[in-house]
Design a protein. Structure first.
Lengths: 220, 102
């Protein structure tokens, strides 16, 4: 009885052992080339958004040290999951999505269960805020005062999920569609949260205006 | 179409019921989320209604103020260094690009 030796394909002129070594080296080389390509893509597509992700993380966490942690975790996850990123799509949006998820998990926040008003109610409510501002003479407050500090404070106090919607659309200038992807909700939900968030901010600003004793140009 | 109670509420605020469409869709309009036809209809109304024009200006100012909040904040160098070290630990070949300022 003869024992059949395994047939090892190998290059002419090389021993089997040499062929195996050459094949291993080739695999190693191929893996390295793949790694190099991935790293180049990560450097080109992801790293340029570091400042944007940091700014977004800071607006979510409100604390620099927390933002640092969230940003690091975001980029590490992005790097480890780079194979799931679809080349040619919006990498900034993809990073924002990871960033927001990292933030929510870090705070162990539950999915929001706030009752959202429908669009009509929000429209009426927004009109009410404006009517009150007009009546009290500070309907031109945005044009006449530097409200940036008050706006930042109001934004900090704004509850999730409204804050994310307002930051993504109004501050970071994402479309409803992109914000919906980042937040993992339908576009209509982004719209509702955005409108509600804006209205809540305007209510807070109206309070600031009252506290400052602000009167519009035409008010007595 | 806005419901009767909503219209009534608007009227009680001194806002004309005929402005209801503007009130309902102004943010959609400012966010460029409505069709050109709808946008043209709103624009036509706003052009002839001082009250709605003021309301539009009020909301535009608000959105401008929000947009101005986008600070050109850069990631601190300490964060870049920490991130670079962690990416290096993951075998990332471009870790040294993180710590460089853009």
């Amino acid at each position: 009885m003869t024992t059949a030796s395994p047939v090892m394909p190998h290059s002419p002129g090389l021993s089997v052992e040499e062929s195996v070594l050459t094949a291993d080296a080739g695999l190693q080389e191929a893996r390295s080339a793949s790694d190099v390509a991935r790293d180049a893509a990560f450097e080109r597509d992801a790293l340029p958004w570091l400042d944007d992700v940091y700014r977004f993380a800071l607006s979510l966490t409100r604390e620099e040290s927390d933002a640092d942690d969230v940003v690091q975790e975001t980029f590490l996850r992005a790097y480890r999951s780079w194979h799931t990123f679809i080349p040619g799509t919006d990498c900034r949006r993809w990073l924002f999505t990871i960033c927001r998820n990292v933030f929510l998990r870090s705070r162990e926040r539950q999915r929001p269960t706030v009752d959202l008003e429908d669009g009509e109610q929000d429209a009426v409510a927004a009109g009410s805020v404006y009517a009150a501002a007009r009546e009290r003479g500070y309907d031109d407050i945005y044009a006449r005062l530097d409200l940036a500090p008050a706006l930042r404070d109001a934004l900090d106090e704004l509850a999730e999920p409204f804050r994310s919607a307002v930051i993504l659309v109004d501050v970071e200038d994402l479309s409803y569609e992109s914000a919906a992807e980042v937040m993992g909700v339908p576009i209509g939900t982004v719209r509702s949260r955005l409108f509600r968030g804006r209205r809540l901010l305007q209510e807070k600003l109206a309070t600031v205006a009252e506290d400052l004793g602000f009167h519009g140009a035409g008010a007595p | 179409m806005m419901s009767a109670p909503a219209r009534s509420k608007l009227e009680s605020l001194g806002l004309s019921a005929s402005c209801a469409e503007v009130l309902s869709h102004l943010w959609d309009y400012l966010d460029e989320q409505i069709t050109p036809t709808s946008a043209a209809r709103l624009e036509a109304h706003i052009a002839t209604c001082p009250q709605c024009r003021q309301y539009e200006e009020y909301q535009e100012c608000f959105l401008r103020a929000m947009s101005n909040l986008k600070q050109e904040l850069s990631a601190p160098s300490s964060l870049r260094e920490r991130l670079a070290a962690r990416l290096k630990g993951q075998g990332c070949g471009c870790w040294d690009k993180v710590s460089r300022q853009p």
